[in-house]
Design a protein around this ligand. Sequence first.
Ligand SMILES: Cc1cc2nc3c(=O)[nH]c(=O)nc-3n(C[C@H](O)[C@H](O)[C@H](O)COP(=O)(O)O)c2cc1C
Length: 214
Amino acid sequence: MSLTPDQALAALRWRYATKQFDASRKIPADAWKALEESLVLTPSSFGLQPWKFLIVENSAIRARLLPESWNQAQVTDASHFVVLTARTDLGTADIDSWITRLAEVQEKSPDDLGPLRGMIAGFAERMSDGERHEWNIRQVYIALGQLMATAAVLGIDACPMEGISASAYDRILGLENSGYATVVACALGYRSEADKYATAPKARFSSDQVIARL
Ligand SMILES: Cc1cc2nc3c(=O)[nH]c(=O)nc-3n(C[C@H](O)[C@H](O)[C@H](O)COP(=O)(O)O)c2cc1C
């Protein structure tokens, strides 16, 4: 099953960074399940999935996150609020847990995947601690993109949010010293009729400016 080109573009043109959500509308359970699965299905380098996605359901926690988010009301008004976190490192245990899972899914022994394990470990070892964290953060942005695109296709509104204090989020969400750190958040739900941004023209450079052919 696939969308037509027009359908795909219509969904992407319909989406916008929602500023005002209709706090009374909730995403139905089946659609939410699909959005969570879009996070799970996100591709990552070597398949390592160096992330954890926190679905903040507790309204008291969301209220505490609000002032750490430039008071952007999406944090408390949206139907759902996701904090995307990245592993702060990439060590032997991370690689082993991925190799174990891959072997299980592919019905192989982890030893069969020894060469892959060695290649990933060699790659990780050549990076500094900071570079490993940065690399993991880049993977998390792929998840954000996939989540937003899936939401658009489902007719669900979203606001990606970097206007947050990642260190305060880490404190409030109990992430300090957990091996995971906040990268970015995403509010999801349904736009309020009062959100004037919904009808603002989409401002993008022309395709000639951002796409080059060689
Ligand atoms: C990584 C990222 C972080 C963003 N952070 C915020 C934010 O904190 N608050 C907000 O209202 N919009 C935020 N935006 C929305 C952008 O401003 C918006 O996507 C951009 O202006 C293009 O407009 P459009 O998404 O409505 O087409 C963010 C977008 C991205 C991709």
